[in-house]
Design a protein. Structure first.
Length: 188
């Protein structure tokens, strides 16, 4: 099997190619290459595919929407809607809620914690503690505070680190593949 770097393509270029082909051209490839938020929006689904939710949880109920909550300022702009209007999230419709109050987090499958609320990350994590909710962020230090997946910029690429311990405490199981791709895995 040929690796991406052997054909002169880095991971972000591959994701953009995949995104443009799936969206039927609704996403502009040039804009996507310059917009890390579009890459993150695509990565959210790709990473979520590598997570196993508990068998009795709402993530296992077919035909229900996959619910994502963005807590704090919306760092994605229109990227989530742009990407998932033409493509499903984990083979289901995506329902996105934007909230800034802890009590509005409610039930969801994925919680993205914005860097605008970096000072409240401990409070946010306390609200979802022991619930099978995948927490994701893009702020330095978030993975050490307990966020399950944290995006890390690396040049023109977006990489990620994982807190395996807190994910498992929430009832989520990360696949071997995602753990191998992470630039850092917190196990304790």
């Amino acid at each position: 099997m040929m690796r991406l770097d052997e054909i002169g393509m880095n991971w972000s270029h591959f994701v953009v190619f995949w995104l443009v082909s799936l969206s039927g051209g609704m996403v502009d490839a040039n804009q996507s290459l310059e917009d890390p938020n579009i890459l993150k929006a695509v990565y959210l689904e790709k990473l979520a595919r590598q997570v196993e939710w508990p068998k009795n949880g709402s993530a296992q109920i077919p035909m229900t929407p996959f619910v994502m909550v963005v807590f704090g300022e919306n760092p994605f702009g229109t990227a989530l809607e742009q990407v998932y209007s033409a493509h499903q999230f984990l083979d289901r419709d995506l329902q996105v809620r934007y909230v800034s109050d802890l009590k509005d987090i409610g039930d969801c499958h994925l919680l993205f914690i914005s860097s605008s609320d970096r000072k409240r990350v401990k409070e946010v994590l306390e609200v979802v503690k022991d619930k099978p909710i995948l927490t994701v962020g893009d702020t330095k230090g978030f993975v050490d505070k307990g966020v399950h997946i944290n995006f890390v910029p690396r040049g023109s690429n977006v990489r990620f680190e994982i807190n395996k311990k807190t994910a498992e405490e929430s009832g989520l199981r990360m696949s071997y593949r995602i753990l191998k791709l992470a630039i850092r895995v917190v196990k304790r």
